[in-house]
Design a protein around this ligand. Structure first.
Ligand SMILES: NC(=O)c1ccc[n+]([C@@H]2O[C@H](COP(=O)([O-])OP(=O)(O)OC[C@H]3O[C@@H](n4cnc5c(N)ncnc54)[C@H](OP(=O)(O)O)[C@@H]3O)[C@@H](O)[C@H]2O)c1
Length: 310
């Protein structure tokens, strides 16, 4: 099967590109300079010329809480435009299968945990990432509408929890919690700083999946595409507190300093744990433990000599 992967240079894309299971597919992975996904005619022309049978839409404008708060309009516009362009071009050029990658940010801020797929659009969104979430929801709904209008177009959305791993962004101005913790703790150790600051009191709970596991899921999903529901969470099934993530990173980095809390900072939702009932019925579970995933990410960072502190 010929598969088009958007966002192949990103964290999800790079982990997928290196998965041995991808060798079974004829893969198209144009870079941004080959196809700018913000430009609809370019996307449609590429789809018509190369005729993929399935698209994995893994491109996006992605960042942590700081970047999302500062650039709400860009997170909304870029993600909405990319989602709209990819899904619309797929339909216009007759591509029948599409796997859209959503995000657990799509869930309402006060929804009960674990977050079940049917909770989407049942309440107010988390304000710190509202622009991003609106764009992700709009793209997921577009996939659903197209399938409802013509069932031969199977456009489905998977909703991963937070992720981390090789090819993540590590600079805290752009990064998610776990990568930011790795960056800050590594720097503190290098510079002999004996305290690292954690935003908030550290009791918020988050679920993080190793990106290599998510790549493994995507390979599984390619083989099981027809059995996937229209929308499905992809998570580990358990979460940790922010403080626990910092301690786990300190252990791997062998950082002996302490932590202080900056209570003036935004921390987002108190908990964001996705329900994995649908995923378990499909027969897939993540296999990389937290310490192992952090150690592999840190080894990768050290092997690349910090050049990926982007
Ligand atoms: N990271 C997470 O924790 C997480 C959690 C849940 C869901 N997700 C979702 O998973 C997907 C992938 O995330 P990620 O972490 O891999 O993000 P990432 O590392 O930031 O990668 C984003 C990818 O999108 C590409 N891209 C951005 N704008 C583009 C444009 N205008 N034209 C063409 N390509 C463009 C980037 O290309 P360049 O290299 O040219 O910039 C890059 O390949 C996103 O949909 C994200 O919302 C991520």
């Amino acid at each position: 099967m010929r598969v088009l992967i958007t966002g192949a240079s990103g964290m999800v894309g790079q982990n997928l590109m290196r998965h041995p299971g991808l060798k079974r597919y004829d893969v198209l992975c144009p870079s941004r300079s080959q196809v700018n996904l913000l430009d609809y005619p370019q996307v449609e022309a590429y789809c018509r010329e190369h005729k993929p049978e399935l698209i994995i839409h893994a491109a996006g404008k992605v960042g942590g809480i700081q970047a999302n708060m500062q650039f709400q309009s860009a997170f909304l516009l870029d993600n909405m435009d990319m989602g709209r362009n990819v899904v619309r071009a797929a339909r216009q050029s007759g591509i029948r299968k599409l796997l859209n990658i959503g995000s657990s940010c799509m869930y309402p801020r006060h929804a009960a945990n674990p977050l079940r797929e049917e909770f989407i659009l049942q309440g107010e969104l988390e304000p710190t990432n509202e622009g991003y979430a609106l764009a992700k929801i709009a793209t997921a709904r577009l996939c659903r509408y197209i399938h409802a209008e013509d069932a031969s177009f199977c456009y489905k959305t998977v909703i991963p929890c937070n992720m981390y791993g090789p090819w993540d962004k590590f600079d805290p101005t752009h990064s998610h919690l776990l990568a930011a913790a790795l960056y800050k703790i590594h720097r503190a150790k290098q510079e002999g700083v004996d305290e690292v600051t954690i935003w908030g009191d550290g009791t918020a709970r988050r679920e993080f999946m190793y990106a290599g596991d998510f790549a493994d899921f995507l390979i599984y999903a390619l083989a099981q595409f027809d059995n996937l529901p229209d929308m499905m969470n992809v998570g580990c099934g358990f979460d940790y507190t922010v403080n626990e993530y910092y301690r786990a990173v300190a252990e791997v980095v062998d950082y002996r300093g302490g932590f202080v809390h900056d209570l003036s900072k935004e921390v987002g939702m108190k908990q964001k744990l996705v329900d994995t009932s649908r995923l378990r019925s499909l027969g897939w579970t993540a296999s990389t433990g937290l310490a192992e995933g952090i150690a592999q990410t840190y080894q990768w960072l050290m092997a690349t000599k910090g050049e990926h502190f982007r």
